[in-house]
Design a binder for this molecule. Structure first.
Ligand code: KG4
Ligand code: ZN
Length: 339
């Protein structure tokens, strides 16, 4: 089964062709660099860019795969969570193609797609597992009993981890998105020089918070009598990165213990971070949990993961109808899936 995947939930216009289950024939990601001017994603601009980029992205994905639209068996498209205007571009595009060609399409949960992106590279994923999806828009800890059977254990109560990374990167004078530059700067710093707070939420459970940490960095920078030296900038980057990594690793480990999980998956754009990957690997190994992390290209937003997750649903006979809505939040989307 040849699946055309489409992803437009945030600021990347992505299309991919995957021969189900996991043979990737092409993957195109058109990143919208225009947001760099604003230091963050501007939703309306993102939607307009998707409108301009969606046809070329799909055309290029088909060309690179060496197939025509006629040869595609089905479409898989992100239906949420994400920016509503952005989601609608991909979803309406997929519906239009489905309507005109008569080919089936399936709406895909973006977080589910991130968690199952590992299937492009391994067939060793076993249920149940604990999944942590960390990106610019998501910080979700899920217990995955089976494909399609999820318990949302916790999420951020304020900023997503990647959002906090991008904001602190901006404070340190770095470009957008800030993750890769912040990681490079942190590599030169001392992660023990400043102790930033780890959010200890009063509520028991797996929720996380990154806004207080971000504000602590802001006050630290403002509290200096002179602009930060290069060395101190690197130290701040390293200490902030450590605080984010500690919080994520702690929650993942807690969840694995409570659920007695044998496997865990780390995914999403922030999972490109080497320190996070290493620390999570080390912590999981220490409690006997096998950690699966996709390669970096599959961690950030892409349409391969959408085609893989969608392909799984399609092969089980699932189809979406033309009245499928786009959902901006995960809670909304999980309700629809249950109904
Ligand atoms: O999954 P993704 O491409 O898009 C969203 O769904 O948001 O994730 C992008 C996020 C951005 O916040 C970016 O700064 C962060 O992932 N990121 C990183 C790194 N590479 C990307 N954060 C920390 N370290 C990195 N190396
Ligand atoms: Zn994402």
């Amino acid at each position: 089964m040849l699946v055309l995947g489409i992803e437009t939930s945030c600021d990347d216009t992505a299309a991919a062709v995957v021969a189900y289950k996991n043979r990737v024939l092409s993957s195109v990601v058109s990143s919208q660099s225009v947001h760099q001017l604003y230091g963050g994603v501007v939703p309306e601009i993102a939607s307009r860019q998707h409108v301009r980029l969606i046809v070329p992205a799909v055309r290029t994905a088909l060309e690179k795969a060496g197939v025509s639209l006629d040869q595609i068996d089905a479409l898989a498209v992100t239906m949420g969570p994400g920016l509503i205007g952005s989601l609608l571009v991909g979803l309406c595009f997929a519906k239009a193609v489905s309507f005109v060609t008569g080919k089936p399409f399936i709406g895909v949960n973006h977080v589910e797609a991130h968690l199952f992106s590992v299937l492009a590279e391994t067939d060793e994923l076993r249920f149940p597992f604990v999944g942590l999806c960390v990106s610019g828009g998501h910080t979700e800890l899920m217990y995955v009993r089976e494909f399609g059977d999820y318990q949302l254990l916790g999420s951020t109560v304020d900023d997503a981890a990647g959002e906090a990374v991008d904001k602190v990167a901006k404070m340190l004078g770095l470009g957008f998105p800030g993750g890769p530059e912040l990681e490079a700067l942190a590599r030169q710093g001392d992660s023990t020089r400043v102790t930033f707070p780890r959010a200890r939420l009063k509520r028991k459970g797996y929720d996380m918070s990154f806004s207080g940490l971000k504000t602590a960095v802001k006050y630290f920078i403002q509290g200096q009598s002179s602009p930060l030296s290069d060395a101190l900038r690197a130290d701040v980057a390293a200490c902030f990165q450590k605080a984010v990594v500690d919080a994520l690793v702690e929650k993942l480990v807690e969840a694995c213990r409570a659920k007695d999980a044998k496997q865990a998956v780390l995914a999403g754009g922030v999972a490109c971070n080497t320190v996070l990957r290493e620390e999570t690997e080390r912590a999981c190994a220490s409690i006997g949990v096998r950690l699966l992390v996709p390669s970096s290209a599959l961690c950030s937003d892409n349409a391969v993961m959408v085609a893989i997750a969608g392909g799984r649903r399609l092969s089980a006979g699932q189809r979406s109808s033309l009245d499928l809505p786009a959902c901006s939040t995960l809670e909304e989307l999980l309700e629809i899936e249950v109904a």
